[in-house]
Write a protein that binds this ligand. Structure first.
Ligand SMILES: Nc1ncnc2c1ncn2[C@@H]1O[C@H](COP(=O)(O)OP(=O)(O)OP(=O)(O)O)[C@@H](O)[C@H]1O
Ligand SMILES: [Mg+2]
Length: 456
């Protein structure tokens, strides 16, 4: 009889060990190694099935292209992120932090496509059917073609989807499902790998699109083997700060569309709502005309977004002054402060500096350097940046202002919201072409300060 072997797999990084260890030698996390029983090798007769004749190749020019209609969800932001709708037979992985709104989004998706796709099967291993009903009632969803199956046995779910000839299958979540083809508890590496494989084969053989929810680990990576991200066609990520109402849906991988699009939603009691003009909402409560406030035009994928940068400097009572940031990279702030000290001659070593990006927006783009720097100077000198001025530019270590991509789009978005004056990097002059905007081109921090504060 074949000997049953076991191995220990880390749930955080996926590394494998022959014996149990308290601390994973690969990622250093504690209590993350879990036992997995390796299935005994299949009998020779079964294995030989794999050694079939194989398929003969075909010339590319002779292959018919599989141009099939996409399933349009009607949720504009979701369609845009998916590249124009759901492709038949696609396996879509939706991931995100706990409680961010994944189940809400898929329930809204299920209800939106019910008519067009026919029956939709929503299989849940996380909640009971009654809990889904409660959520559906709160969201105002009452779709007769929507089937809910509260089951954790993946094989049974696939059987139902096949029998019902569903137009879309939703699995919430892969970590709660188990399949009989693999030993190990639901959520183990082997189960997730095998489950994803099964869903992939099912989607490709039936042409039924499948949306599967995946959890994230403490570091924000999708839990389970990285292989899962390679297997699926689309990886979507729903993110946002829980205390703010914004939710951003991004695609980290898309075999059928661009990964530059991002969908912006707001979370409310009646579910996720598309946000058609996010910049207006981000700037709605702006402290225009106050010292320490500047408006940044940044890109989120291919969409320009305007956000308010708030800076506060105050005399430090500590030997080492404090630097606190919300919404931007801490190290970037330290770099900007060093450039301001060295190139502009500001004395910031006795000042505490606080930066807040209003509305929960995250500025991870170098184009936000100039607005951050000017907001700091505005607070320090107690002078106001003109409230109708929008800024953008990357700051180099020599204090030079470097060009930013998509400058016209940013300016157009800002102009739509009533901004009339723009401080832009000199390097973007050619990109702007002919225009009627009031633009000041600057090549270093000194020029930018003069333009912003109208200094002599
Ligand atoms: N009555 C309500 N009013 C407003 N927002 C609500 C209400 N009930 C729930 N929510 C929002 O819905 C979120 C939970 O949504 P959902 O269950 O879809 O998240 P999830 O990502 O599926 O969570 P999990 O990781 O637990 O599966 C809450 O964090 C909250 O923001
Ligand atoms: Mg959920």
């Amino acid at each position: 009889m074949a000997k049953i072997k076991s191995r220990y797999v880390c749930t955080e990084c996926g590394s494998v060990s022959a014996k149990w260890l308290g601390c994973c030698p690969q990622c250093g996390q504690w209590n993350t190694l879990h036992e997995e029983i390796e299935a005994p090798p299949a009998p020779v007769a079964a294995r030989s099935v794999v050694r079939r004749a194989g398929k003969s190749p075909a010339a590319l020019k002779d292959i018919k292209s599989e141009e099939t209609a996409r399933l349009v969800t009607g949720i504009g932001e979701l369609d845009a992120v998916l590249g124009g709708g759901i492709v038949p037979g696609a396996l879509i992985l939706l991931s995100g932090d706990p409680g961010i709104g994944k189940s809400t989004l898929v329930l809204q998706l299920a209800s939106a496509v019910c008519g067009a796709a026919g029956t939709v099967l929503y299989a849940t291993g996380e909640e009971s059917a009654g809990q889904i009903k409660l959520r559906a009632r709160r969201l105002g969803i009452d779709a007769p073609e929507l089937l809910i199956q509260a089951d954790t046995y993946l094989d049974a779910v696939l059987k139902t989807a096949e029998n019902e000839k569903a137009g879309l299958l939703i699995v919430d979540s892969i970590q709660t499902m188990y399949t009989s083809d693999c030993d190990g508890a639901p959520g183990s590496q082997g189960q997730i790998r095998e489950g994803t494989n099964k869903l992939m084969n099912f989607a490709k053989s039936t042409g039924m699109p499948v949306v599967v929810i995946g959890h994230v680990t403490k570091d924000g990576a999708i839990a389970g083997p990285r292989l899962m991200e390679h297997l699926v066609d689309v990886v979507l990520y729903l993110e946002g700060e829980r205390q703010y109402q914004f939710r951003i849906l991004r695609s980290m991988k898309n075999r059928f569309g661009s990964t530059n699009e991002a969908g912006i939603f707001t979370m409310s009691e009646t579910g996720l709502k598309e946000l058609l003009n996010p910049s207006a909402l981000l700037l709605a409560e702006r402290s225009a005309g106050e010292a320490g406030s500047a408006v940044a035009a940044v890109m989120d994928g291919l969409r320009p977004l305007l956000g308010e940068v708030q800076a506060l400097t105050s005399r430090s009572v500590f030997a080492v002054p404090r630097r606190t940031v919300v919404g931007m990279d801490y190290n970037r702030l330290i770099l900007l402060l060093a450039v301001l000290e060295k190139r502009v001659g500001l004395n910031l070593s006795t000042q505490d500096v606080y930066i807040n990006i209003a509305g929960g927006l995250k500025l991870n783009e170098p184009a936000a350097d100039l607005p951050v720097a000017l907001a700091i100077v505005s607070s320090l000198r107690d002078v106001v940046v003109d409230k109708n001025t929008a800024l953008m530019g990357e700051i180099g270590l020599t204090g030079d202002i470097r060009r930013v991509p998509h400058v016209r789009r940013r300016v157009q978005e800002a102009a739509k919201l009533g901004f009339t004056r723009f401080i832009l990097p000199r390097g973007n002059k050619d990109d702007m072409g002919r225009h009627t905007y009031d633009v000041v081109y600057v090549k270093n921090l000194g020029e930018a300060l003069r333009a912003a504060f109208k200094e002599e």
